[in-house]
Design a protein around this ligand. Structure first.
Ligand SMILES: [Fe+2]
Length: 210
């Protein structure tokens, strides 16, 4: 079995919430072997996702959360690749704001395992940025995919509807910063970081309130 690898692309489009809209650049991560892969978020443009999948079998589309900039290609991708959309039930309220629900949605819970060939990935419920925010920990890659929960330099935004700062801090401190220090953090926007780089700043984030 070939070892897992991580493919990456960025796509650009609009994020809309609370009646406002912003142009944003999203990361798309595809993790997998030579034969099978998992797509992490499906933002804005299907073409680079199809290119990264490169004919492999798609296990699913893992939605870190249901802000429209992370999911607006999910249904089309699920149809194209004949796979499920993995989502936490607490983000259905956000999903329903911008998308109709396809039958391919499969609701997942904290602690569930996704197996990619013989490598396990663990789903972590990391609410705060959104109620159903998810991260995905892949020990064999020393990687955690955090969506908009944890970025280089701090937590994701919590100033808009369905967000909560104490909740995101609880998620980050109890489920992300407890991972192995060398774990690389792959966020939904911007550059990667590591658990070791971010952990010392937790108290600073709490003190500043964002
Ligand atoms: Fe977001």
């Amino acid at each position: 079995m070939s070892p897992l690898r991580i493919d990456h692309a960025t796509t650009t489009g609009d994020f809309s919430l609370d009646g406002q809209s912003w142009t944003v650049v999203n990361n798309v991560w595809v993790i997998g072997s030579d034969t099978d892969c998992l797509i992490i978020d499906a933002p804005h443009n299907l073409a680079p996702i199809v290119e990264m999948v490169a004919g492999r079998s798609v296990i699913g589309i893992f939605c870190t959360h249901a802000h429209n900039d992370h999911i607006n290609q999910a249904t089309e991708a699920a149809n194209l690749f004949s796979c499920d959309i993995l989502l936490h039930r607490d983000d259905l309220v956000l999903w329903d704001q911008t998308q109709t629900r396809p039958p391919s949605i499969r609701l997942v819970e904290n602690g569930e395992t996704i197996t990619i060939n013989d490598a396990d990935a663990t789903i972590l419920h990391t609410p705060g940025h959104t109620p159903g925010g998810l991260s995905l920990y892949v020990p064999s890659l020393e990687a955690v995919f955090t969506g908009d929960t944890l970025f280089r330099g701090g937590p994701g935004a919590t100033g808009r509807s369905f967000s909560d700062f104490p909740t995101i801090i609880a998620s980050i401190s109890s489920r992300l910063l407890v991972l192995e220090p060398e774990t690389t953090v792959y966020p939904g926007h911007g550059e990667t970081t590591t658990v070791a780089e971010e952990k010392p700043d937790l108290e600073l984030w709490i003190a500043r309130g964002f």
